[in-house]
Design a protein around this ligand. Structure first.
Ligand code: ATR
Length: 281
């Protein structure tokens, strides 16, 4: 019968995860299915979890709005998921549900696949723009990988303070307003845009102006629709190197697939295929 995986969330009809995991299954020549399991806000989440446990599937991804709600239903929580307070991947280990969060590590691996040399230098100056769930996951992954200088700029400074305050490793983190960040942008080697600003249908928006960006800085945007945001385009025009959001999708899914199957997959042509899929949307 092969592996059985699912995606749980609401709404999920536009999710790219089924496409990505089908590609992984094909690529690794593993028999299996990855199907949608929508839980509507009017459905009982508790009952859905009981039914799912009875199905004894091998693993599932869990997305909005249930990344926290699933936690009481797990038997074991890995350290990253514990620190995030959110789970996006569950594996069935001999009947026990183990929860992971692949967002931050997936992001870091996608960045590393494009700029391996950059991530070896832990002294680089990093700026995160935004302080939501994605920023939290990326901050934690960077901090765990021992990056020493990670600043956070956000419209609401207090949310950025919470992210920095939750981290146990000692490091220097400055909390900035977006206006302050814009003024001193030239001091950063890596700038990561973690909010939805610039996403379709608001492609004409940028969270800050990239005018003062340092030439050769790396600018990353987690938005993948459009494939290249205005922020990335303007940064590239000023000599920055870019990193696109769709690769994060692939590597988060890859890490989940590895947790479920213990198989390593090489992304190679999948990135081009995913780009073509997104361009057609
Ligand atoms: P997610 O969990 O997907 O990261 P989120 O928790 O809603 O999403 O976080 C959204 C982030 O985008 C926040 O940092 C938010 O800033 P605030 O904390 O001030 O709300 C930021 N954000 C959203 N829209 C924004 C906008 N128009 N300008 C600036 N920041 C914005």
């Amino acid at each position: 019968m092969g592996y059985r995986f699912k995606l749980i969330g609401y709404p999920i009809s536009h999710s790219l995860s089924p496409w990505i995991h089908k590609e992984f299954l094909d690529k690794s020549k593993i028999q299996g299915t990855y199907t949608m399991h929508e839980i509507k806000p009017t459905d009982s989440f508790e009952e859905s979890m009981i039914l799912l446990k009875n199905e004894q599937i091998d693993g599932f991804n869990i997305t909005v709005p249930y990344k926290q709600d699933v936690i009481p239903h797990l038997d074991i929580l890995d350290d990253t998921a514990k620190a995030m307070g959110a789970v996006n991947t569950v594996v069935n280990q001999d009947g026990k549900w183990v929860g992971y969060n692949t967002d931050g590590i997936g992001y870091l691996r996608s960045l590393e696949s494009k700029y391996p040399e950059l991530l070896r230098d832990k002294e680089i100056r990093v700026l995160l723009l935004g302080a939501g769930g994605a920023a939290r996951a990326i901050y934690f992954a960077l901090a765990t990988a021992n990056f020493k200088n990670i600043d956070i700029a956000n419209r609401t400074k207090s949310s950025a303070e919470v992210i920095a305050g939750n981290s146990s490793q000692p490091r220097s983190t400055n909390i900035l307003s977006l206006e302050e960040a814009e003024q001193i942008l030239g001091k950063y080697d890596l700038i990561i845009q973690t909010t939805s600003v610039g996403m379709k249908p608001n492609e004409d928006q940028t969270i800050i102006s990239p005018d003062r960006i340092k030439k050769n800085a790396i600018v990353s945007d987690i938005v993948y629709q459009p494939l290249e945001t205005k922020f990335l385009r303007e940064a590239a025009e000023r000599g920055a190197k870019t990193h696109h959001g769709h690769t994060m999708l692939l590597y988060q899914a890859l890490y989940a697939f590895e947790i479920w199957t213990n198989k390593k997959i090489i992304i190679d042509d999948l990135e081009i295929k995913l780009k073509a899929l997104l361009e057609g949307r």
